[in-house]
Design a protein around this ligand. Structure first.
Ligand code: N01
Length: 545
């Protein structure tokens, strides 16, 4: 029949490109732009219906970026004019505004013509004889490319816990990372929110006055920091734009990809009064400054950390009127910043409302989802809707889901069975010409993502140019370089308090996932210097051929 003929035709046809990029969020769009400038033919695939990545999928009420909007942009390395022209309306941009920014970028640089939307990569296999990657997608197409570049984001595969009876629920269920495009009206509903991470902390205050009743199911409390969101005034925006070049340079050289002042004192070096003053000051400024700009050993020393942790607990106790609820919301089982601290915009205040109730599922775990609600060991909560704010299979989830097979057909899942093994978090031996943008063992999620993305994309683009100029077909880490990077990554992480908490940074949120530190803790500035040095030494630690 005509249909089977056309299927056969599409199956036998192979599209050839210099590079395939998977993902059309911040990193994929910038990568496409840079490769095009180098004259490469590029095909981008994205499972979404448009550009945006994280900001395409995460449309839940209250979704906004925890990095200040003025720092959450493409830099002058992408386009000076774009940086100059675009103006954010709020200190922390909300999801619709970030999505319109990315759509604007796609339009302005005519990026969509090289992107296949609604197309999911189902397999990517390295063909050693041809020295090319063959990529298969769920529309049955086959594409080959010299370079395979993953721009799949760190938090794109949703985690939906396997609660018994989940499918039996007769109301509506949502995962925050797959929010309906038309939005959801919770007016007058009884709603369960499961999870208390950064996503839940955004959604709870946003819908608290809409719902009839909300149960927030908390397993682990977080140290939530106020963002103090506000509209941006024109004068501030004008001044920022005048100094954008210097700002970006500071961001590039910083640990966090943010132009913050670096503290030089230990928290234990100063008096309790001085400490309080420093914390109050950072608290008043809002955002991650309380971790980044106060004392230099918060992530290194337990005692110092405890001073910051206790400061935040005191703020929770001041805000939440019911002392029992306040105590439940105040974390005691992990040090501050060893789980990603959410930014809050009215989260703690929400628990002062009559219609918002905190349920402690550490004490009384969720046993099942019933047709009418959530059952814990001690009680049953009847609801109309369940919101799963239960996070993501971070950093490796999307890479493993893509069916990547390297030399001799070795699956990436096998190569990384004991945890990721990479060189610089950018490449892995046995998988030539594969680059993993913001991949595990790179700074990625421990920084302002746009700064980490800029550095990775620039480095990969420079590497591709170098290979073209030197007539090289293949790049792949040497075994010793990979071993050394893995050891260095672990050593740097182990020197901090971060591996102590059960966070998604160590894979603890996914049952059965290998527990190891996923992002690199060495800081973006130092990491950049390492990457630049390696490039300047003719890609030291890589085999080129
Ligand atoms: O996910 P999470 P998220 N039973 O993994 C709970 C980024 N982000 O979507 O802590 C009961 O942090 C789980 O409990 P526990 C940001 O980097 C950025 O909120 O594992 N509870 C936890 O409370 C962030 O860190 C922005 O004990 C269960 C929650 O679900 C990352 O995304 C905005 C459970 C999941 O929290 C992920 O945040 C929002 C179970 N079986 C998010 N399973 C920006 O601003 C899980 N939980 C850019």
């Amino acid at each position: 029949t005509a249909t089977s003929k056309s299927t056969q035709a599409s199956e036998s046809r192979v599209d050839e490109f210099d590079a395939v990029v998977v993902g059309a969020g911040f990193s994929g769009l910038y990568m496409l732009h840079r490769l095009r400038e180098l004259g490469l033919s590029v095909r981008v695939f994205d499972a979404a219906g448009d550009v945006g990545g994280t900001w395409y999928w995460n449309r839940y009420p209250g979704a906004r970026c925890d990095s200040e909007s003025i720092y959450y942009v493409f830099s002058d390395h992408f386009s000076e004019e774009l940086l100059e022209d675009w103006t954010w309306s709020e200190r922390y941009a909300a999801q619709p505004e970030i999505l319109s920014y990315l759509r604007h970028v796609a339009d302005r640089f005519d990026l969509r013509k090289d992107i296949r939307f609604d197309t999911r990569v189902t397999a990517a296999e390295y063909d050693e004889a041809a020295d090319r990657w063959e990529i298969r997608t769920d529309d049955g197409s086959r594409t080959t490319a010299q370079f395979l570049i993953t721009a799949v984001g760190c938090l794109s595969v949703t985690n939906l816990p396997e609660f018994p009876g989940r499918e039996s629920f007769e109301g509506a269920s949502y995962h925050t990372g797959r929010w309906p495009h038309e939005g959801v009206d919770f007016t007058g509903q009884r709603v369960a929110v499961i999870g208390t991470g950064a996503t839940s902390v955004q959604i709870v205050p946003e819908i608290a006055d809409q719902v009839a009743h909300m149960y927030v199911f908390q397993r682990t409390p977080n140290y939530d920091i106020p963002g103090w969101n506000r509209p941006l005034d024109e004068e501030y925006v004008r001044k920022t734009k005048e100094t954008y070049k210097e700002l970006w340079q500071r961001m590039r050289e910083s640990n966090l990809g943010l132009p913050y002042d670096v503290p030089e004192r230990s928290a234990m070096e100063v008096s309790p009064e001085e400490r309080r003053r420093v914390y109050e000051d950072a608290w008043g400024k809002g955002g991650f400054r309380i971790g980044a700009e106060t004392f230099n050993d918060i992530l290194l020393d337990e005692q110092s950390n405890e001073t910051a942790s206790e400061f935040i607990r005191s703020k929770i106790r001041e805000t939440v009127r019911d002392p029992d609820v306040a105590e439940l919301l105040a974390p005691k089982d992990h040090p501050f910043f060893t789980k990603r601290p959410p930014l809050e915009h009215g989260y703690y205040e929400a628990f002062n409302r009559e219609n918002v109730e905190l349920v402690d599922v550490r004490r009384s775990p969720i046993e099942s989802i019933t047709p009418t609600g959530v059952r814990t060991r001690d009680a049953e909560y009847e609801v109309d809707s369940i919101i799963y704010a239960t996070g993501f299979d971070a950093m490796t989830g999307a890479l493993f889901a893509m069916g990547i097979h390297g030399r001799d057909g070795v699956p990436l899942t096998e190569k990384w069975a004991e945890g990721p093994r990479t060189y610089l978090g950018l490449a892995t031996r046995g998988f030539p010409n594969l680059f993993t943008l913001t991949g595990p063992q790179s700074p990625s999620v421990l920084t302002n993502m746009t700064a980490a993305i800029e550095q990775h994309v620039d480095w990969v683009a420079d590497c591709v140019r170098y290979m073209r100029e030197h007539d090289l077909d293949r790049i792949e880490p040497l075994p010793e370089a990979e071993d050394d990077w893995v050891a260095h990554h672990t050593e740097v992480g182990d020197a901090t308090l971060l591996p102590r908490a059960n966070s998604w940074w160590v894979g603890a949120n996914i049952p059965g996932k290998r527990r190891t530190l996923y992002p690199y803790l060495g800081g973006l500035g130092t990491y950049r210097e390492t990457c630049d040095r390696i490039a300047a030494n003719g890609y030291e630690g890589f085999a080129l051929g």
